[in-house]
Design a protein around this ligand. Structure first.
Ligand code: SIN
Ligand code: FE2
Length: 265
């Protein structure tokens, strides 16, 4: 079955957008809050945004929330394993700690990163690429824990992409204010495999657009334990993360962590 089928997709008119439609107003409100913060006003707005996100996390949630054919949110898919993921991440960090990478243009990324798997994604003045040696430690990236790749395989299958076997997991850490601008994940050799993204800790506004940078984006609130899977016709869709709002999460403390599983080689 081709990816994207067998998940009960229907026409946009009848599609149940679940959390997206149901929370259109609060999300728009979040954007206004973000804009007013950017303009230098502040504390009340931040509180309002936190309250809103925490309220949303308590609302009933569907098992699948289609963003579009070939892109699906699996709310809470990883919640049961989240504590184990966080504990295993601590181990990986002993070998390959967090670091801010430089963009090819020389800017320090606000996100801190590490990797595990057969290769790791890096960015520096020379560009973006995968390599098997962590340039900071001079050693191989730590192996991907078996439980991590199994989780990614299960999530991909649940979203319609059978037999996904990731060989790399990029790990991002967002402290409040950190963001990731709109981009495509295009450094992998083969775009047949999907991308599986696991969110832990503080909530995020995830932007999911189309194949052109200018295409309209959907704003999707991602909570602790949520998984997003995209591939097939949307494998190269532009996506990004808006600045993370301040807060504390029992699992991660004052940050959001994202794991993206990919097939790089
Ligand atoms: C990424 O695009 O690599 C990460 C996305 C996220 O943090 O949700
Ligand atoms: Fe990405």
């Amino acid at each position: 079955m081709p990816p994207g089928q067998g998940k009960g997709y229907s026409s946009p008119a009848t599609r149940g957008w679940g959390r997206l439609a149901g929370h259109a107003a609060p999300v728009a409100q979040l954007d206004r809050v973000a804009a007013s913060e950017a303009a230098g006003r502040g504390f009340e707005s931040r509180r309002a945004r936190q309250t809103d996100l925490h309220t949303q996390s308590l609302l009933p949630r569907a098992q699948f929330e289609p963003i579009a054919p070939d892109a699906t949110v699996l709310p809470g898919f990883a919640t049961g394993e989240a504590d184990a993921l966080c504990a295993q991440l601590q181990e990986l960090l002993l070998t390959s700690p967090w670091r801010h990478m430089l963009t090819p243009g020389g800017q320090r990324m606000s996100v801190e990163m590490t990797n595990c798997g057969r290769v790791g994604w890096i960015s520096d003045r020379a560009g973006y690429r995968y390599q098997s040696i962590d340039p900071q430690s001079g050693r191989q990236w730590p192996p991907m824990p078996a439980a991590w790749s199994k989780l990614a395989t299960r999530a991909a299958a649940a979203a319609g992409f059978a037999r996904f076997e990731p060989d790399v997991c990029l790990v991002n850490r967002y402290i409040p204010g950190a963001r990731l601008s709109l981009h495509q994940d295009r450094n992998e050799r083969d775009f047949a495999a999907p991308v599986v993204s696991v969110s832990l800790g503080l909530p995020a506004l995830f932007l999911f657009g189309g194949m052109q940078r200018e295409d309209p984006t959907r704003r999707i609130v991602l909570f602790h334990g949520d998984v997003v899977v995209w591939g097939g016709t949307l494998r190269l869709a532009f996506h990004g993360v808006q600045p993370i709002a301040d807060g504390e999460h029992a699992a991660t403390g004052r940050c959001r962590i994202n794991l993206t599983f990919r097939r790089a080689l």
